[in-house]
Design a protein around this ligand. Structure first.
Ligand SMILES: Cc1ncc(COP(=O)(O)O)c(C=O)c1O
Length: 502
């Protein structure tokens, strides 16, 4: 069988076709040769309840036999009604009686949230409130409007001419605070910056602020301090700005609470969800509206100016309901927290001291490993080393499926990170395999990259660099002069030689 199909437009044409996966069960997937891989990223933050769950498979078959499709714009169906009711039970209580708009993917949900947030203001006579403020290094989807709200530089660049002129504030990235502050002595400038931007644009022009409560694929598992979202909520209220929380990754228990925003006990105006809502068994996403939001439309034009053909189709909604029931029946949100705490602790113990692991962070089972060339300076690896991709490939060869976080978490261009988001049903033995394999892969890739590096930061067989005597734990070779600067050699008094990376 040829390695790639001539009929598929692959996202990456510069590499061999991805391995063909033919089957999945529990936390494992299997390729066409029968080799198994531990799916430590749940597809891409999707497969929360595991692969091949019989209860869901039966629901699919029963529902397909009964009614696979009816168009929600003209008629209703039972699964849609039941799933909307279930989501009302799942939503933060402050949202009141929620109503839910269904669609097929996260970008659709966020685009719907944008339109509904604007319509909310429109219904109330505030037609000028059109601007949505987002955050850099956030991702809300790949349509033009969602790319514009998001701040993923790599994917925005080519399509810039089409993007709406939406402003962004910096992310709450304490590990590398954009203002150079340290929490808690920072006065939460990152949250208060929202006020500054709203005032500059004019509150009368701002419809909404959108954020991933805990950042996903663009800046894996970066979570702001406890004060952040309460401040954001207050600012939104002050300027009549709707707060949209994009829970496409963080929702449905991924972070050990039903919703990521629950960690801050803040009430959003719109929650968007997708991915784990169906756990990958069928395309499904949703925008859940706070009572006040849908009421504005209900007591105004009474027409939601937005719709998708597959939105609320009975098959996907039946799947969503079965998945939520399964999560409740097996108490999987609690499990996500417990296994997340264990996995995070084990990763921190195993890799916390590796010189190229800058930070291991996570909330529940959304975990990120930020890789750095030097832990002291937090200098990133040179971009063309492709460290993230190589760690992903090295892990894959060892039977571990992880995801490379989007390049550019530091400034849109540089920065390496790994995403782990395994199914909540993982066991201790899987945890051990993940930790061991990822650690080996990182060590191998960095050692390969540097030739002279050794695991653990000890470079035994190489001569110490004479110009690097001031450096406590680094040594260098003459060839390393093309590498980035060693933190310890920055002082000209200590080190006359340029560019030593030890
Ligand atoms: C936080 C977040 N929002 C939105 C999306 C877009 O979802 P989809 O790819 O289903 O359109 C993603 C996808 O990764 C995401 O992580």
């Amino acid at each position: 069988m040829p390695k790639s199909s001539p009929y598929v437009l692959y996202g990456r044409m510069d590499r061999e076709c991805p391995t063909i996966i033919t089957r999945g069960k529990g936390v494992h997937i299997f390729d066409e040769d029968g080799k198994s891989y531990l799916d430590a990223v749940g597809g891409i933050g999707v497969v929360n309840i595991g692969h091949g769950v019989e209860e869901v498979v039966k629901t699919i078959s029963d529902q397909a036999r009964t009614l696979a499709f009816s168009y929600g714009g003209s008629v209703d169906n039972i699964p849609r009604r039941e799933l909307a009711r279930k989501l009302q039970q799942w939503a933060p209580s402050g949202m009141g009686e929620t109503q839910t708009f269904f669609c097929s993917g996260g970008a659709e949900a966020n685009e719907a949230a944008l339109k509904i947030a604007y319509q909310y203001h429109w219904e109330r006579g505030n037609q000028n409130k059109q601007v949505v403020i987002g955050r850099w290094q956030s991702y809300h989807g790949n349509t033009i409007a969602t790319l514009a709200m998001g701040g993923r530089t790599q994917w925005r660049r080519m399509h810039n001419p089409y993007l709406l002129n939406f402003p962004h504030i910096p992310p709450p990235y304490c590990y590398r605070c954009p203002w150079g502050h340290n929490y808690p002595g920072c006065d939460l400038v990152c949250a208060h910056d929202l006020r500054r931007v709203i005032r500059q644009i004019g509150g009368e022009n701002v419809a909404a602020f959108i954020a991933e409560p805990i950042i996903g694929t663009s800046m894996t598992a970066v979570a702001p301090p406890p004060e952040y979202y309460p401040i954001i909520r207050d600012i939104c209220d002050e300027y009549d700005v709707r707060l949209i929380v994009d829970e496409v990754i963080t929702g449905i228990g991924r972070t050990g609470e039903k919703w990521g925003i629950d960690h801050w006990q803040v009430t959003p105006d719109i929650i968007t969800t997708g991915k784990g809502l169906s756990s990958g068994y069928s395309p499904l996403a949703a925008a859940i509206l706070r009572e006040e939001v849908w009421q504005a439309i209900a007591s105004g034009s009474q027409k939601v100016m937005h719709s998708y053909t597959y939105g609320g189709n009975p098959l996907s909604c039946a799947v969503g309901l079965a998945v939520l029931n399964y999560i409740e029946d097996h108490d999987l949100v609690t499990r996500s927290k417990q296994m997340g705490d264990k996995l995070l602790g084990a990763l921190q113990r195993e890799m916390g001291d590796l010189p190229w692991v800058g930070q291991v962070r996570g909330v529940g089972l959304l975990i990120g490993v930020e890789l750095v060339a030097d832990r002291l300076t937090k200098d990133p690896f040179p971009i063309d080393w492709n460290v993230t991709q190589r760690v992903v490939e090295s892990s894959f060869d060892r039977g571990l499926l992880i995801a490379g976080g989007m390049a550019g978490l530091i400034d849109g261009v540089a920065g390496d990170h790994i995403q782990l988001s395994p199914p909540y049903v993982m066991e201790d033995e899987h945890l051990d395999f993940i930790v061991r394999t990822l650690s080996d892969s990182i060590s191998t890739v960095v050692a390969e990259s540097k030739g002279e590096w050794r695991v653990g930061g000890v470079i035994a067989d190489l001569p110490a660099c004479e110009t690097c005597v001031a450096c406590e734990r680094h040594q260098a070779t003459p060839e390393s002069s093309s590498l980035p600067t060693c933190s310890q050699t920055r002082s000209p008094a200590a080190v006359p030689a340029p560019g030593l990376f030890c």
